[in-house]
Ligand binder design. Structure first.
Ligand code: URP
Ligand code: ZN
Ligand code: ZN
Length: 458
């Protein structure tokens, strides 16, 4: 199978030029102007951008959480991702206490195999650290699971103490893995949650009011300090608070290899959403929570000036019906998470590039190149270059789309951006040389995605 994509504006993290891309099999073969090569299919991309496929390094498909499972499995979630211009995900496998990392990996491989429509890798969530687990970390790194998520929140479920965190960090100094940190002070949040509930404060907004920005900043500072002592890099996931960003900026200014991502929900939604009437605020119950509106500008500046290196989604959808309602009378029982795997590229293009907050190159860097580099996928993924996987998005910068649960493809009964109009959308999406979305229609195949064996950090 070969493809010739003609007259597109090719955009990478560093270049922007009009050209033709010839794809042979799964790889980009040749880039040039006026290429005249016979191909099985020719796509006219005049007036369109050609972006490297989006890479979403933070998704939770088919994940057990809070007594239920996230509503998208690897089939519906990856198809929705493809519609939005994402061609690779890194999802989170979970090692529950007493389990081996290997068992957890096998469980998540089974969830994805035969279902994923785009390529997928895994981070490993670890809920305990001991000698056996440390040895297993090394084995996992060799098998291409090169990053581990640890939690400083959710006591009794996911939370680790500082000694365990420090041991895991030290281990990555030897095996080349990367620790991804959920940075919120779980002890503080636990006390505030119990106090709120004892005062009869049960509405969704108390989820946010019991998770102060300073609790995120404290944990972010502590996580970076522990990594600095262990002399290893660290990656802070789903950073939401300006106070936490200050901790990352301060460390980076001192030359500490601290990296962080934020997510569209923190750039486009705010605490005000929790004040929506009735139980509507549950749509936005996620951790860390949405922050005051003025935080958004701070995060955009962080993205523009490289204090934040990636935009991922933390896609973790739960339906309002029968899932979010588990916490109808107690906000602490609302499953944490929201959908976003499909809307990331359009939202960030519309709200970032079109407004002039970030350049087109920076858009590509934040949504594809930099996540690929940090998580051991570059240059196979994250760019358009001869020899790279032909993961290419033909993106129409003029297309107007009204985001709505009625037209999006995620398997969830609401959308946090319902009714919002965005300009700029994926039109045709190519995953390893195969067209998977054609003029907005999914034409790929569940099971066509491959496991991504990732390298250690560069
Ligand atoms: O609320 C969230 N973020 N749910 C997913 C789990 C996590 O902590 O990333
Ligand atoms: Zn988290
Ligand atoms: Zn998450």
């Amino acid at each position: 199978m070969s493809l010739l994509i003609k007259h597109g504006t090719i955009v990478t993290a560093v270049d922007q030029y009009v050209g033709d891309v010839f794809v042979e099999g799964e790889k980009v073969s040749t880039i040039g102007t006026a290429l005249d090569i016979p191909a099985d299919r020719v796509i006219d991309a005049a007036g369109k951008y050609l972006f490297p496929g989006g890479i979403d390094v933070h998704t939770h498909l088919d994940m057990p959480f809070g007594g239920t499972n996230s509503a998208d499995d690897f089939e519906s979630g990856t198809i929705a991702a493809a519609h939005g211009g994402t061609t690779s995900i890194v999802d989170f496998a979970i090692q529950f206490r007493g389990q081996t990392l290997h068992d957890a990996w096998e469980t998540w491989m089974k969830k994805a195999e035969g279902k994923a429509a785009i390529d997928y890798g895994f981070h490993m969530i670890m809920t305990e650290v001991n000698d056996r687990i440390e040895l297993e970390m090394d084995a996992l790194v060799r098998q291409g699971i090169t990053s581990f998520k640890l939690f400083m929140a959710y006591p009794g479920v996911f939370m680790l103490d500082d000694a365990s965190i420090f041991k895991a960090l030290m281990r990555t100094g030897r095996n080349g893995g990367t620790i991804c940190m959920h940075a919120e002070n779980g002890g503080v949040i636990d006390v505030l949650t119990k106090k709120a509930l004892s005062e009869g404060k049960t509405a969704p907004k108390y989820h946010a009011l019991t998770r102060p920005a300073r609790a995120e900043a404290e944990a972010t500072h502590r996580a970076i300090a522990l990594a600095e002592i262990a002399d290893v890099p660290i990656y802070i996931v789903h950073l939401s608070a300006a106070e936490a960003l200050e901790m990352v900026t301060e460390a980076r200014d001192r030359g500490v290899p601290a990296f962080a991502e934020t997510c569209p929900q923190y750039l486009f939604l705010s605490y005000d959403n929790y004040e929506e009437p009735g139980f509507e605020g549950a749509k936005y119950v996620m951790s860390p929570p949405l922050r005051p509106k003025d935080t958004q500008d701070r995060l955009w500046r962080g993205l523009a000036f490289n204090d934040l290196q990636a935009i991922s989604t933390d896609h973790c959808p739960f339906c309002m019906k029968e899932q979010k309602t588990l916490g109808e009378h107690d906000f602490s029982k609302i499953p944490n998470g929201a959908p976003g795997i499909e809307t990331r590229m359009s939202l960030v293009y519309d709200g970032g590039v079109r407004t002039g907050r970030i350049s087109l190159n920076r858009f590509v860097e934040l949504t594809s190149t930099s996540p690929a580099k940090i998580f051991g996928l570059f240059p196979r993924k994250g760019t358009i270059a001869p020899g790279s996987d032909a993961d290419i998005v033909v993106f129409d910068p003029e297309k107007r789309v009204r985001l709505s649960v009625t037209t999006l493809h995620m398997n969830v009964d609401y959308n946090p951006y319902e009714g919002r109009e965005v300009v700029g959308a994926a039109e045709t999406v190519i995953s390893r040389g195969k067209v998977v979305v054609d003029g907005g229609q999914f034409v790929g195949r569940a099971g066509a995605g491959s496991f991504l064996k990732r390298s250690t950090r560069m």
